[in-house]
Design a protein around this ligand. Structure first.
Ligand code: IVH
Length: 712
């Protein structure tokens, strides 16, 4: 990281103030004019560092000071306010309607291809057209799924910005586009001068994470959610009041130019490089590709990577790099001959909801699921989709019998996007969350302010893992014996199920009473006596060996609601014995960072429960005794820095962070060259792209868990 002074030294502009200036040589007004100019250049540059490069060289307060100074001067000297001043990004008055503006060159669309055969045919067609057998240099780009815009710069200043419209005329949305921080109001000049006229083309879009937040906000305010990020981007751009647009998390990636005067280019790649130097945001995933096979290989890679990207793409674009060849190839009616959109297979499909079921999870959480007629989505057959919780079902108003649009994003469970209301059967009734647990009959609870409905019965037979049939107790034993709990090696699912069905184990403490003989009877197969004896002995040994776990493993093993491995590790920093934890006041627990109110209450509930008290006593009687907390300094993760992006499926963000900090690692919120690992979940943010750019090691959730496991 640069110190401020170093950053200042690298910074291409000076930072004098008016009072520093030699007043004798200039009138005050001249000094103001030049200071205003200087401030604008500095602000444009720092905007670019912050929003486009994601690599600021001054702090936020320093930036604010520059902006404030400029606003103050402009207030005092309103005649100096220009439309491209950074103070003018927001605050323009609402319009009655949009004017339309012509595009100097039409904004064409792209021909689509959906298969490798079509893509190879495109390449052949170009070769035939140009009568050549030489391989083309292509440029391959992600096809952003947003809203196309044109930005007109005259002598480096943004003058007009418009939507694509009918391709020949678009709506003048200049004021709205100006609110997007990744759009330069003024082109940077420090690498090359701006041409007299430049029409920049690009896609305005919204990151998936921002889209989710935007929809949550809208729902909280009683407004309708946007169906997808593309609609949200287009809708936000077409607001008559720029102040509304300013509040929307819009971004841009620029991918080409229209009319250019005062500068010539020979290759598309050169155009992209120049755009970067002028301060435009260009997708770092754009690559050159030598020949059509390289372009097809890029499609394969992109198809894999797309689910890790912070934004939606619907395919790739293949473009002939040479502008001379582009000219020779020319255009067809609506699309250029030199480019092709190679789309991905649809990840959405429609199907019918047969019924809505509720599932009970290990913690007792009750989740509604749509059971659907099987349908293929993005190459995978799906028949169930999560509906998350009661509020979500109500929001989407999904009913048994409805036709729904389902989508798969990455490897996450498919979800219902929306109901196709026109096809709703007349007798479809709204979903009602059951009042009692469908498995054990206990009345369900939904604490005020929480979204999750729960079955409060700790012995509910439905508290089973998704693939673990057999009820609550086997699942609890499996958790108790797992690697990050008591670590009882060799105790497999099948064996646990037998123990439970033979009534040998009625709660986890009974494990310590098992004898090898009893186990042999469970594993016995007439012809494999010897083998089962060996296995039984191995398990008994593992059970005995598990009697002295570290404190956090024991706490994790108990399966206290909302307390997993990470919280157990946090608690281990404050307590050394189970009894101390059991006696701790709710007040004390809730003040521990990473525990909080809900977990504190759940811990109290657990230790106050008579059955649990008995289990703990029985564990003690059996000789289970925790070791004092392990020293963490020796962990290989000590001092390593982690950044998280995207949703994790098995862990909460908080849990994952605690796993790192408990091992002496650090968690930070932004990726830099010093970051050791970026943990990438579903629908990650821009941090993922940043990690790739910087070559920082990325881990998926499973790899992260493995790393944690290996580091003790
Ligand atoms: S080039 C003449 N490059 O796709 C070529 N378009 O159907 C014009 N799009 O409306 C487009 N990402 O909004 C190009 N990297 C990319 C793109 C891209 C998304 C959109 C664009 C256009 C549509 C074409």
């Amino acid at each position: 990281m640069l110190t401020k002074r170093e950053a200042g030294a690298q910074f291409p502009f000076t930072s004098t103030t008016i009072t520093d200036m030699a007043m004798g040589q200039k009138t005050i007004f001249e000094a103001v004019v030049s200071r205003v100019q200087e401030l604008r250049e500095q602000i444009h540059y720092h905007n670019y560092r912050y929003y486009v490069l994601d690599d600021p060289v001054i702090s936020d307060p320093e930036f604010d000071r520059l902006l404030k100074e400029l606003s103050r001067l402009e207030e005092e000297y309103p005649q100096l306010v220009t439309p491209d001043s950074p103070t003018q990004r927001v605050g323009a008055p609402p319009l009655d309607k949009f004017e339309t503006v012509p595009h100097r060159q039409p904004m064409l669309s792209l021909e689509n291809a959906f298969s490798e055969a079509e893509v190879r045919e495109f390449d052949k067609r170009l070769k035939r057209f140009l009568r050549t057998s030489e391989e083309f240099h292509y440029v391959v780009e992600p096809k952003m799924d947003g809203c196309a815009v044109e930005l007109v710069y005259e002598n480096g200043r943004l003058t007009v910005g418009s939507t694509r419209g009918d391709g020949y005329r678009g709506e003048n949305v200049t004021q709205n586009l100006k609110t997007i921080h990744t759009i330069p109001l003024e082109m940077l000049r420090h690498k090359q001068p701006p041409p007299e006229l430049l029409e920049v083309r690009g896609e305005v879009y919204i990151d998936l994470e921002d889209f989710k937040k935007l929809n949550e906000q809208r729902l909280a305010q009683g407004e309708a959610a946007f169906a997808n990020p593309r609609n949200a981007a287009a809708g936000s751009l077409r607001q008559l009041d720029p102040n509304i647009t300013a509040g929307r998390p819009l971004k841009i990636y620029c991918y080409g130019v229209g009319e250019v005067q005062g500068r010539t280019f020979t290759r598309h790649w050169e155009v992209l490089e120049a755009l970067r130097e002028w301060g435009f945001r260009v997708n770092p995933l754009i690559e050159p590709a030598q020949g059509i096979e390289a372009a097809i290989a890029y499609h394969h890679r992109l198809e894999h990577e797309r689910h890790g990207l912070p934004y939606e793409i619907d395919g790739m674009v293949i473009k002939v790099d040479s502008l001379a060849l582009q000219d020779r190839l020319g255009t067809k009616a609506r699309s250029p001959r030199w480019a092709l959109a190679y789309k991905f297979a649809a990840t959405q499909a429609t199907t019918r909801v047969l019924k809505i079921e509720v599932n009970v999870g290990r913690t007792g959480a009750v989740t509604p699921m749509a059971v659907m007629e099987p349908v293929e989505v993005g190459g995978v057959t799906v028949s169930r989709a999560t509906l998350h919780n009661e509020d979500e079902v109500a929001r989407k108003d999904v009913r048994a019998g409805d036709f729904v649009l389902v989508q798969r994003a990455g490897d996450v469970i498919p979800e219902v996007v929306k109901v196709i209301l026109e096809d709703r059967p007349k007798d479809a009734r709204p979903f009602q969350m059951p009042k009692i647990c469908p498995v054990c009959g206990t009345p369900l609870v939904r604490p005020p302010g929480e979204k999750v409905t729960r079955c409060p019965n700790p012995d509910c037979f439905g508290r089973k893992g998704s693939e673990f049939e057999g009820g609550a107790l086997p699942r609890r034993i499996e958790h108790f014996a797992s690697k990050t709990a008591m670590d009882i090696d060799g105790l497999g699912k099948e064996m646990i199920l037998k123990m439970v069905s033979e009534d040998l184990v009625k709660d986890v403490s009974d494990l310590y009473k098992l004898t090898a003989e009893e186990l042999i009877t469970l594993t016995e197969k007439p012809d494999k006596k010897k083998k089962s004896g060996k296995l039984a002995n191995k398990i008994i040994k593992a059970i005995l060996n598990s009697k002295n776990p570290t404190f956090w493993r024991l706490v994790n093993a108990l399966g206290i609601r909302l307390v997993g491995e990470a919280q157990a590790q946090i608690l281990a920093q404050h307590f050394q014995k189970l009894e101390d934890l059991g006696e701790a006041s709710e007040e004390k627990l809730k003040d521990i960072e990473g525990i909080g109110e809900k977990r504190a209450a759940s811990i109290k509930d657990y230790f106050e429960n008579q059955k649990n008290k008995e289990i703990i006593k029985k564990l003690r009687d059996a000789g289970v005794q925790e070791r004092p907390p392990e020293r963490r300094a020796a962990s290989p993760l000590a001092g390593k820095s982690f950044v998280f992006t995207g949703g994790l499926a098995r862990l909460s963000r908080e849990e994952a962070k605690a796993m790192v900090t408990a091992r002496g690692g650090k968690v930070s919120s932004s990726v830099s060259a010093k970051t050791d690992y970026v943990v990438v979940g579903a629908e990650p943010g821009s941090k993922y792209a940043r990690a790739k750019e910087l070559g920082v090691e990325t881990l998926n959730e499973a790899e992260f868990e493995e790393l944690i496991r290996r580091s003790g």
